[in-house]
Design a protein around this ligand. Structure first.
Ligand SMILES: [Zn+2]
Length: 387
């Protein structure tokens, strides 16, 4: 399927692998460069078709190396108990979609650093094989050497210290460790990413406009500028995400949660179709606190009722569909909204119970968090507004 998420090509270690459309463009370019630039005419008396075949094989091996880089990130994340939704290969690299953010700087550090490390080891391996195991000046040696250089370049480029590159994430983990604040670390490393992107754009434009020696690195100036532009865009998103995270962390679950009478109380034995005789008329923002003999025992929401299969809608009681307070790790009133958001994502639920000393107080969902964010952090909570 074509779309924002790319074409799904398979699954490795339970992780779906996708190819973005831009991947095919870069793949074709890589094959072209290998066939026309890396392999000279005089070599082994290569014919035209053979060159292209070598190009395709080397291109595939390069993208397998890229996949190994991403798998390294993903497997480390899995080791920390995080769920990896997918790996997408695109443009000049890949992206591992990890469902949660790191909880500790150490996790962030290791997840970020293993990717470039994998590329570095692959690169060194290819170069060693090219030098010691292959006949010198042969086609295969040239290709394996080129693959070594590409992997080495991949490792070096990704370790540049600007978010969202791996090196920027390593930087973020270090700043996080020192300052103890994740959003500050994200903001600082994303600013470095923007600076790095700006330098690359200036460098690229300089290379296009002048012959000055400092601009002749051997890299195509257009590519340098383009990658710089992408970096700036993504780093800007990183800055925004950091600000969002800061705002979220300042909101308390206790202030956002819905509690009675806004959250309606309903008896556990009540059939769902009696509570909501017409699903079309349900207010999507409604949440319900389910009680048993006057004690709140669980929660459910209009969204959950809307998503029920017809049969369950007709036959189930609230007890059957409710999320029991003890079923998930509940939130506490003074947990931050960032924590609530993480937990909602992790539990893949629309609402979470808020519990204090074993007593179900209320319920909080995405709806309440977004609403509170829309109003912006209150002045009382934001002493440094405008910063
Ligand atoms: Zn990486």
């Amino acid at each position: 399927m074509f779309g924002g998420q790319g074409i799904r090509v398979g699954r490795i270690l339970g992780i779906p692998i996708r190819l973005d459309l831009s991947f095919f463009f870069v793949f074709a370019l890589l094959v072209f460069l290998i066939a026309t630039q890396v392999l000279p005419d005089s070599l082994d008396g290569l014919g035209g078709a053979e060159r292209w075949l070598y190009g395709v094989v080397a291109g595939i091996i390069y993208f397998v190396s890229l996949l190994i880089h991403e798998l390294a990130h993903s497997l480390m994340a899995k080791r920390y108990g995080m769920e990896v939704s997918s790996i997408t290969l695109f443009f000049f690299g890949g992206v591992s979609l990890i469902r949660e953010d790191s909880q500790r700087p150490g996790q962030e550090f290791w997840i970020a650093v293993v990717g470039p490390l994998a590329s570095l080891i692959l690169g060194a391996g290819f170069i060693l094989v090219a030098y010691f195991a292959l006949p010198s000046d042969s086609t295969v040696q040239r290709l394996v050497f080129a693959l070594g250089v590409l992997n080495g370049f991949l490792a070096a480029f990704n370790m540049l210290p600007g978010f969202p590159l791996d090196g920027g994430r390593v930087m973020r983990s270090l700043i996080w460790r020192v300052t103890g604040s994740r959003h500050r670390a994200t903001r600082a490393s994303a600013r470095l990413g923007q600076l790095l992107g700006a330098i690359m754009i200036i460098y690229g434009i300089g290379g296009l406009l002048t012959d000055a020696a400092i601009f002749s690195s051997g890299f195509s100036p257009i590519w340098v500028a383009l990658i710089g532009f992408l970096l700036i865009t993504q780093a800007a998103q990183g800055v925004k995400a950091a600000e969002l995270e800061r705002d979220l962390a300042r909101l308390r679950v206790g202030e956002l949660m819905l509690k009675p009478p806004i959250a309606r109380m309903a008896e556990a034995s009540l059939p769902v179709h009696i509570l909501a005789p017409s699903r079309a008329q349900l207010d999507q923002q409604d949440v319900f606190i389910v009680s048993e003999g006057g004690t709140a025992v669980g929660i459910t929401s209009a969204v959950q009722i809307l998503l029920l299969e017809e049969e369950r809608y007709l036959n189930d009681t609230l007890r059957d569909i409710m999320l029991e307070a003890g079923e998930v790790q509940p939130l506490e009133p003074d947990s931050g909204a960032d924590e609530a958001l993480r937990r909602l994502q992790k539990e893949r639920t629309f609402v979470l119970p808020v519990v204090e000393r074993g007593r179900l107080l209320g319920v909080v969902g995405l709806e309440q968090i977004l609403k509170a964010l829309g109003q912006g952090p209150s002045p009382r909570l934001d002493p440094s507004s405008g910063a």
